[in-house]
Design a protein around this ligand. Structure first.
Ligand code: ADP
Ligand code: ZN
Length: 525
């Protein structure tokens, strides 16, 4: 047995160098390969770029038969097949997008055992005629890439992928290898259950990306915040994710007007335009892509220095995947999220409108976790890693909360200023207007409404816009003010506000954390 093992290791090492030109395995790769070659089911959790493909491509060369790879992404399949062919390995794809001649030719090659690695789409893999062929050929193993798509608990459930569990009953003796870059605890369990993995060998790489600094800022003047932020990056490459196609175009345009080389990217743009944007971004001709989540899968650009979330994502998995596109080269990078509790309320409403009860529940839970992370008062990385089941209690030292822990201060006087200002404007105005009045702004609306004649006009002028935003939000969190959503989020005092106004209680708030990114000391300064 152990001699057999030694032989396998030698063979894998030899092919690693000869075919792929690499000198050593990355963390986890060798053990996964050995287990798969010995007929054991495996579950591979590795972050994007961790080297998952090698886990099935290399062992595919070290056994006699066929290796089947199931993948939901046609473009990725095509890329991988071309790369393998360039290395002299006979690889092919089967999916519904192929002409019948091409598909037939591939099937004939399969019949003649001329194909080593076959990539198939899930629909194709589930066709009875194809399953019959697999029963006949008995592949060495079946790799299932992006395995989180199998799970209804995953953030990217695909119904046709969910059916893949059926393969097991037709191919009881073929080992399965399930691979994914993102799966919370529930999803991991679900993958194993649905594929009926038998005592699988599990490899979980660390999901920590220590060179990425996680920062969350209050969203107050988002366009200006973004412009200032991007300008400070001095031409480094970055992605700005936002929640709608319209916003990608608006933000991109306003960045362009500020002299920044930016372009929008979303699913509805013409194919040729998308291609050229991507090409220009890869060549550093465009610095910033303002995109929906349509931009990302398969982007291989190592020197992305920042990823901004203009809007809060729907799940920690999405957040992790999207921020993970920064800093692939290992150099310092930053993930900035702009957070506005009103965005969160809006998303919650959208989720409530879902018809499918199960999806509603899943999305609600995932979003609640995401929101808690945005509002966290402890190390963001801790929240992230614990979410992926990588338990740790060590604070990271490279997130906004570690670098600048929130300080508490006696906020009674500030609260009184803010609350009485809400009262003086008749409890009819939203946060932004209250801040203008507190700071003694001369903007047209303030003057028109004669709010410059109120006793609270300008009583907060020594503090910044951001400062008062943060104070008001905290007062909302504490239930001293409510936002009337039906009336343009006008602020209204609650019962509890009275005792604060009368000075009958003490009140501590977190010191507003402002201009965090100005304190960073990464290479992009
Ligand atoms: P994933 O599928 O996990 O996102 P890939 O399989 O695309 O990652 O691998 C990411 C990169 O790392 C690729 O360029 C791949 O060639 C490279 N790579 C993988 N394994 C090794 C290794 N053992 N040594 C050097 N480079 C590797
Ligand atoms: Zn931290």
């Amino acid at each position: 047995q152990s001699q057999h093992n030694q032989d396998l290791i030698a063979k894998l090492k030899q092919q690693l160098q000869r075919v792929f030109g690499y000198t050593s395995f990355r963390d986890g790769q060798l053990d996964v390969m050995l287990n798969a070659l010995q007929g054991r089911d495996t579950l591979v959790l590795m972050p994007t770029g961790g080297g998952k493909s090698l886990c099935y491509q290399l062992p595919a060369l070290c056994h006699e038969g066929l290796t089947v790879v199931i993948s939901p992404l046609l473009s990725l399949m095509q890329d991988q097949v071309e790369a393998l062919q360039a290395m002299g390995i006979s690889a092919a794809t089967l999916h519904s997008g192929l002409s019948s001649e091409t598909a037939l030719a591939t099937l004939q090659q399969l019949q003649r055992q001329q194909i080593k690695v076959l990539y198939v789409s899930p629909e194709r893999a589930l066709q009875p005629s194809f399953i019959q062929r697999l029963q006949e050929y008995q592949p060495g193993f079946i790799a299932i890439d992006e395995a989180h798509c199998i799970s209804q608990w995953g953030h990217d459930f695909r119904p046709e992928y969910g059916q893949l569990g059926q393969l097991r009953q037709y191919l009881p003796n073929v080992p399965f290898m399930a691979l994914t870059a993102t799966a919370d605890a529930a999803t991991q369990h679900d993958i194993m259950e649905r594929l009926q993995l038998q005592q699988p060998y599990c490899h979980r790489s660390s999901f920590d990306r220590p060179n990425i600094r996680y920062v969350v800022q209050e969203k107050f003047k988002p366009l200006k915040q973004i412009k200032d932020y991007v300008k400070k990056q001095k031409g480094s490459a970055g992605i700005i994710y936002c929640g709608s196609r319209k916003k990608t175009e608006e933000i991109s345009e306003s960045l362009q007007q500020a002299g920044i080389k930016a372009a929008p990217y979303h699913a509805k743009l013409e194919h040729a335009l998308k291609e050229s944007t991507l090409r220009q971004f890869l060549r550093d001709d465009i610095d910033v892509v303002v995109a929906t989540i349509a931009f990302g899968m398969g982007i291989n650009k190592p020197n992305i220095r920042f990823v901004v979330h203009f809007d809060i994502p729907r799940s920690i998995e999405s957040y992790y995947q999207e921020t993970g596109r920064a800093g692939r080269d290992g150099l310092p990078a930053e993930a900035l999220m702009l957070f506005d509790p009103r965005d969160a309320q809006w998303i919650q409403r959208m989720i409530e409108e879902q018809d499918n009860e199960h999806r509603r529940l899943v999305e609600k839970q995932k979003f609640a976790a995401m929101q808690a992370m945005a509002e966290a008062q402890t190390c963001r990385r801790l929240v992230l890693l614990n979410y992926f089941n990588e338990f740790t209690d060590k604070e990271c030292g490279n997130c906004d909360l570690c670098l600048d822990p929130p300080q508490r201060f006696d906020a009674l006087e500030d609260a009184q200023k803010a609350l009485s200002c809400v009262y003086r404007v008749g409890q009819q105005f939203g946060i932004a207007h209250i801040v203008e009045v507190l700071r003694g702004s001369k903007n047209q609306r303030v003057l028109e409404l004669k709010h410059d004649q109120l006793s609270t006009y300008g009583i907060g002028q020594e503090q910044s816009h951001e400062y008062w935003f943060s104070i008001l939000r905290q007062l909302i969190h504490r239930g001293l003010i409510v936002q009337d959503i039906r009336r343009f989020a006008a602020l209204q005092l609650t019962e509890a506000a009275r005792s604060v106004l009368r000075g009958e209680v003490t009140l501590e708030l977190a010191k507003p954390r402002i201009n965090l990114t100005a304190t960073r000391n990464s290479i992009t300064d």
